[in-house]
Design a binder for this molecule. Structure first.
Ligand code: CO
Length: 238
C-alpha cells in the first residue's frame, strides 16, 4: 500500500520536471523548486494558478465566490469515491447488478441518481485474471466525477496522459503494479461524453465480508485501474 504511494510520487516528481519547463519563465517558480524540491513546487504552482484564476473571475463578476464554495463543499463532503466504491462492492456480491452495470452503466447510474452533475455516458469495465483496464483522458482530464469525486493530481498530469497510451505497462509498473505478461492491458480514453469506471477484482480473503465491509476495501485508484486490491490490503482493513 505505502509502496504504491511512493511509486506514484516518484512518477509525479519526474513528470513535474517536464511540466515545470513548460511553465518556466517564472523565476519564482524556479526559486521554489530549488528551495523546496520539485514536488512542493508542483503543489504551490497549481495553487498559485488557481488563486490567480479565482481572483480574475471574481473581479470580472463571472463567478460568485459563494456558489464556488458550494461546489467545493459538494465535492469535498458529499461526492467522492465512496459512491463508486458502493457500486463496485455491490457488483461483487450481486451478479445481476454486475451484469447490468457492464451492459449499461448509464442506466444503472441513472437508477442510483448519479447523473445529476454531468449528463455523461458511463461505461463500466471489469478487471479479470486475463484483462486489466486503465482509464485516462489524453486530451484533458475527463473523469467520472459523480462516482469518484475529485480526480487525483496524477490523473491530470501531462506525463500520465501521454505515457498511459504509449506504454501502459510501464505506467502501471511505476504505480507498483507488476502484471503478468499474459494479462492484456486495455486503456480507455475518456471524453466529454464517455467516462469509465473500472470494476477491480474482488480481493482474495474478502469472501465472508458484507457489502459495507467490501465498500471500504475499494480505493479511488483501483476504480481508475491504477491499483490492484490484493489480499493483504483486505487483511489490513478487515
Ligand atoms: Co478530458
Amino acid at each position: 500500500m505505502s509502496e504504491d504511494k511512493v511509486s506514484r510520487r516518484e512518477f509525479l516528481s519526474k513528470s513535474t520536471m517536464a511540466a515545470s519547463t513548460v511553465v518556466a519563465g517564472s523565476s519564482t517558480a524556479k526559486d521554489h523548486a530549488q528551495e523546496d524540491g520539485h514536488h512542493e513546487h508542483e503543489q504551490s504552482d497549481y495553487a498559485l494558478r488557481t488563486k490567480a484564476l479565482v481572483a480574475v473571475l471574481t473581479r470580472k463578476n463571472l463567478v460568485n465566490p459563494a456558489s464556488m464554495d458550494a461546489v467545493v463543499d459538494l465535492y469535498e463532503t458529499k461526492i467522492g469515491p465512496h459512491i463508486g466504491a458502493r457500486m463496485v462492492a455491490r457488483s461483487w456480491v450481486d451478479e445481476n447488478y454486475r451484469q447490468r452495470l457492464l451492459e449499461d452503466a448509464r442506466a444503472v447510474a441513472r437508477e442510483d441518481n448519479l447523473t445529476g452533475i454531468e449528463g455523461t455516458d458511463l461505461v463500466a469495465v471489469e478487471n479479470t485474471s486475463e484483462v486489466h483496464n486503465l482509464v485516462v483522458c489524453t486530451l484533458c482530464s475527463c473523469y467520472p466525477w459523480p462516482l469518484l469525486g475529485l480526480p487525483p493530481t496524477w490523473y491530470k498530469d501531462a506525463a500520465y496522459r501521454a505515457q498511459s497510451v504509449i506504454d501502459p505497462r510501464g505506467v502501471l509498473k511505476k504505480f507498483g503494479l507488476a502484471l503478468d505478461d499474459e494479462i492484456e492491458v486495455r486503456v480507455w480514453d475518456s471524453t466529454a461524453e464517455v467516462r469509465y469506471l473500472v470494476i477491480p477484482e474482488r480481493p482474495l480473503g474478502s469472501e465472508g465480508m458484507s457489502v459495507e465491509q467490501l465498500e471500504k476495501l475499494v480505493t479511488r485508484d483501483s476504480m481508475v485501474g491504477a491499483e490492484i486490491l490484493n489480499s493483504s490490503s483486505a487483511g489490513e482493513e478487515a
